[in-house]
Ligand binder design. Structure first.
Ligand code: OFO
Length: 171
């Protein structure tokens, strides 16, 4: 079982993961409208990935006998600037999510909630990967700036991203 305080904190994080999905879907639509199908594709799969983060946490709350409370999701922006600015905003958002996950882990440690610490370790590792993936895209984007040929090459690379493997419901 989990404490009421931990249940509420996990429900808050479910809402943030939904917002992440919403944000990346908005970015996908924006990139599509900018004539960048590869960028749009990458963001579309990032959106799917966020739903996996939602589902995994939702299952954990239920499996621990907690109550799921789905809250209103904030509206994301619809304009994001240049492709470089899109990914800078992505990195900033992922760094924010990392901070939130670390705070959740801190709560689990304070409560000596070992099951939730083990559960959250997956998210700690996932955030390292998410930030690294975004940094790997930002590096060439900073090099090419607004140069058309270079941007098109990055767009072609991002078009290769495929759907994340679905998560099985937690046992
Ligand atoms: Fe992008 O990691 Fe969840 O929010």
């Amino acid at each position: 079982m989990i404490s009421k305080k931990m249940q509420d904190a996990l429900n808050e994080q479910v809402n943030k993961e939904f917002y992440s999905a919403y944000l990346y879907l908005a970015m996908s639509a924006y990139c599509n409208a900018q004539g960048l199908p590869g960028f749009s594709n990458w963001m579309r799969y990032q959106y799917e990935e966020e739903f996996l983060h939602v589902t995994k946490m939702y299952d954990y709350i239920l499996n621990q006998g907690g109550s799921v409370h789905l809250k209103q999701i904030d509206e994301p922006p619809s304009e994001f600037g240049t492709p470089l600015e899109v990914f800078e905003a992505t990195l900033e958002h992922e760094q924010f999510v990392t901070k939130c996950i670390n705070e959740l882990m801190g709560l689990a440690v304070d409560e000596r909630d070992f099951a939730t610490q083990t559960f959250l370790q997956w998210y700690v590792t996932e955030q390292v990967e998410e930030e690294a993936n975004v940094n790997d895209i930002l590096a060439p984007l900073r090099l090419v700036g607004k140069e058309g040929g270079g941007l098109m090459m990055i767009d072609q690379q991002l078009a290769k991203r495929v759907s994340p493997a679905p998560l099985a419901p937690a046992e």
